[in-house]
Design a protein around this ligand. Structure first.
Ligand SMILES: [Zn+2]
Length: 125
């Protein structure tokens, strides 16, 4: 489960892109923005979307955010860095007026979550 989820064209991200594209939204992919690299940038809506893997980005309360039982300190340090970087990125983007939206890996196959993301992008929030 640990390999193949960090690439730039991962399956969860493709599901999000396909859904939003079919819903009529247009976006740039992985462009650099203020030192960050959101998965989707929707300039027209001044919004960015991060598609976060639950494991690497520590989806709070999620069953997929497990911690390996060996090398626990290594993993915790790594997870802490990921979470801290996510928070820094979000702050930097928000400070520049971007709306930062996150959809988690465990949500991307559920049309309700995709629909909610769509409306957040379009209507704000
Ligand atoms: Zn999750």
């Amino acid at each position: 489960m640990m390999s193949g989820i960090r690439g730039t064209n991962t399956q969860p991200e493709m599901l999000v892109r396909r859904y939003l594209h079919a819903a009529g939204l247009r976006f740039s992919l992985h462009c650099r923005l203020l030192g960050t690299r959101p998965d989707l940038v929707l300039r027209r809506h001044k919004a960015v979307v991060f598609v976060h893997g639950c494991f690497w980005h520590r989806h709070s309360g999620c069953a997929m955010a497990t911690t390996p039982s060996t090398h626990i300190e290594f993993w915790n340090a790594k997870f802490d860095r990921n979470v801290a970087r996510d928070a820094e990125n979000a702050q930097r983007l928000q400070a520049a007026g971007w709306r930062v939206l996150t959809i988690w890996g465990c949500e991307v196959e559920n049309p309700e979550f995709l629909d909610r993301l769509f409306w957040k992008i379009v209507l704000g929030g």
